[in-house]
Write a protein that binds this ligand. Structure first.
Ligand code: SF4
Length: 224
């Protein structure tokens, strides 16, 4: 085994190249806002100021998968949209919502836990191979990828259930959502990440892009 490792190290040394060996992990929508909830994308694609800064610093980017896309019915997040206007829908879903909502959260946490495990395997691979992990960039305000702030899922769900679909307005929706249901702390995906990182005693630096300011059209400096 020692012999094999020696050979591998030797090959890598002989073939030394320009890679920086510095890696940063990004929440998916920083590179692709097309996965955001309807009304939550403010660029056609990526947040170019973040990408430019990373490029300037010479880091390699690992784009994390979008947890909500995985857990909430694909890129359109269909399961989440089922809650919109539920109060006046006459749907059976509304009758059973007190039972269904906890199941939805359980399912979400189960998917996120699996994703967190896969992400940490990737982090460990880079670390064990001699790469520096610069950090992970999350998205403040997201109920999933928030780092210092996130939405309260239960209250946000109730707000969505009370929406009148016919008169729904993007600006009012975003203002209400982030004006009323924001709380301190990490979103559900990063809570799962945190549990495993702590157990494995892996230290990670977190950065966060501010989605709340983005919804207000404020100019946002790169968080790095
Ligand atoms: S904040 Fe996270 S869950 Fe929300 S769209 Fe971005 S990557 Fe997906």
């Amino acid at each position: 085994m020692l012999d094999i490792m020696k050979r591998i190290t030797n090959i890598i040394k002989k073939l030394d190249d320009e890679r920086s060996r510095k890696i940063i992990f990004l929440s998916h929508c920083i590179l692709n806002e097309n996965t955001r909830y309807p009304g939550g994308a403010f660029t056609g694609g990526m947040l170019s100021n973040v990408v430019q800064e990373i490029d300037r610093k010479g880091y390699g980017i690992v784009q994390l998968p979008c947890p909500e896309q995985r857990a909430w019915g694909g890129v359109l997040k269909k399961y989440m949209l089922l809650s919109y206007g539920l109060n006046n829908s006459g749907s059976l879903l509304n009758t059973f919502r007190t039972f269904l909502f906890p199941l939805f959260i359980l399912h979400t946490k189960w998917v996120y836990k699996k994703m967190a495990r896969d992400t940490i395997k990737m982090i460990e691979d880079y670390k064990n191979s001699g790469f520096d992990i610069i950090g992970i960039v999350g998205v403040d305000g997201s109920p999933t990828c928030g780092i210092s702030t996130c939405l309260e899922m239960g209250k946000a769900f109730d707000y969505c259930a009370g929406l009148n679909i016919e008169s729904i307005d993007r600006k009012i929706y975003n203002n209400k959502m982030y004006g009323k249901y924001l709380k301190q702390g990490k979103g559900l995906f990063f809570l799962e990440m945190e549990k495993i990182l702590r157990r494995k005693d892996i230290a990670i630096t977190y950065y966060s892009h501010d989605l709340v300011r983005e919804t207000k059209g404020e100019s946002i400096q790169c968080c790095l």
